[in-house]
Ligand binder design. Structure first.
Ligand SMILES: *Cc1c(COP(=O)(O)O)cnc(C)c1O
Length: 421
């Protein structure tokens, strides 16, 4: 099941959209197929992957971590070294290049926490495309550093005031824009979900992670027992896993957000918890956290990137078939993993990626020393300082914030004077 059949992965996937979106989706599917068969497109993609994203990213032997845990060798795919700090740029660059090939000069994207918005804004800046990012008003307020980054890259951030004013409303708004402007505009969807052909497109562009890992582990003759990745919508995991799906080994392990516990609203565990059920939302059929009326349940995770009620259809299907094993890590385990790999390996995991790190810490001691396990560090943790500092150093962080406010308010007169000219 390495790719979809007519947009479906077993019973999941599909293209459940309004009539107006059929044509742009069909055109996209054709254009994508043509691009992937065009040597010059692939050459341009691989040049920009090398020179702009910084590929290939290293595969690091985590020697100290391995010694401390005393079992399988732990390797870390340092995807967080990609330009902009995470794997999302792989998809953003791929889709923006595809849009250019299709003659579209305007890009739109949705974003929740802002990571996909930042990656898309950067890709548009690099490729000279006009960029509008839809973001819920609530997210705009709480994710100001990412809004600032998007604006620096020249994107317009459109604050969405409908519904709950968060990610799902941003997706609806982006779909509406695309339906109204299909000839000029491409919608860069941010994870391996949504209506077909997006799950295939996103997996293909993120597949560079898995292809590199396959080559890197073969070059070093590693006996790989398991690949471990965190799963939000599922783009870093499916890209990482993709070259291995059709074989029986290694084990493929997806780690969902366990949040603060197993109760409804306390996590984002679609596959591992007991609230996940089949549903159709935002154009695709998959496993979702839904209530009895089919409405999305609230989710919770310390990592914004895993805090989502749906999962990509291919992951759902591979979870049901047993090829991908799912587990979860609690917020507290993710925070411990951030500390563990920072201190012992000098590698700062993003909170999302730290869920995969937490599973590696649990799994390694149960396996023999001649086996290897590979963790995908989907992103680096610099972006999380606003979340980890209040947990790790609450008093110092509060005092820092007070001092910052004093500093800014103390200078208020000067700033006002500058503004008045
Ligand atoms: C967005 C994000 C994720 C989750 O998204 P997937 O589509 O599941 O990969 C994971 N890690 C990081 C660093 C992210 O920014």
């Amino acid at each position: 099941m390495a790719c979809s059949e007519n947009g479906f992965f077993d019973k999941f996937g599909g293209k459940y959209v309004a009539e107006v979106l059929r044509r742009p989706l069909d055109e996209l599917e054709v254009a994508f197929g043509e691009a992937m068969a065009d040597e010059s497109f692939l050459a341009e993609l691989s040049e920009i992957q090398r020179d702009y994203i910084g590929r290939e990213t290293p595969l690091l032997f985590a020697k100290t971590a391995t010694e401390i845990l005393g079992g399988a060798q732990i390797y870390i795919k340092l995807e967080g070294l990609a330009n902009t700090g995470a794997h999302k740029i792989n998809n953003a660059i791929g889709q923006c290049l595809l849009a250019k090939r299709m003659g579209k000069k305007r890009i739109i994207a949705e974003t929740g926490a802002g990571q996909h918005g930042v990656a898309t804004a950067a890709a548009c800046a690099k490729l000279g495309l006009d960029c509008t990012v839809y973001m819920g008003e609530v997210d705009v307020r709480r994710q100001q550093p990412n809004v600032a980054a998007m604006e620096l890259y020249g994107a317009k951030v459109h604050s969405v005031t409908s519904g709950s004013r968060t990610l799902k409303d941003a997706v609806n708004e982006a779909m509406r824009d695309w339906a109204a402007n299909p000839d000029t505009t491409h919608y860069v969807l941010g994870s391996a979900l949504g209506p077909a052909p997006f799950p295939d497109i996103v997996r293909t562009f993120q597949g560079v992670i898995g292809r590199e890992v396959k080559r890197q582990s073969e070059e070093r003759n590693l006996d790989v027992a398991a690949l471990i990745a965190c799963v939000g919508g599922g783009s870093n995991s499916i890209g990482f896993f993709s070259p291995f799906i059709d074989s029986d080994s290694p084990r493929l392990i997806g780690v969902e957000a366990g949040g603060v516990g197993p109760g409804v609203g306390e996590n984002a565990s679609r596959m591992t918890g007991n609230a996940g059920r089949d549903g159709i939302m935002q154009g695709y059929k998959s496993r979702f956290l839904l209530d009895d009326d089919g409405q999305a349940l609230p989710t919770r995770s310390i990592s914004a990137g895993l805090d989502y009620c749906g999962i990509g259809p291919q992951l759902a299907a591979l979870g049901m078939s047993g090829r991908i094993e799912f587990t979860s890590a609690l917020d507290s385990e993710a925070l411990d993993a951030v500390k563990f790999f920072a201190k012992n390996e000098g590698v700062l995991f993003a909170l999302e990626s730290a869920h995969a790190g937490a599973e590696a810490i649990r799994l390694a001691p149960t396996l023999p020393k001649n086996k290897a396990i590979i963790v995908n560090m989907s992103g680096r943790g610099d972006k999380d300082v606003f979340i980890t500092s209040p947990v790790f150093r609450p008093a110092e962080w509060l005092s820092f914030l007070h001092a910052e406010i004093d500093r800014l308010e103390g200078n208020k007169d000067i700033h006002d004077a500058e503004r008045m000219g």
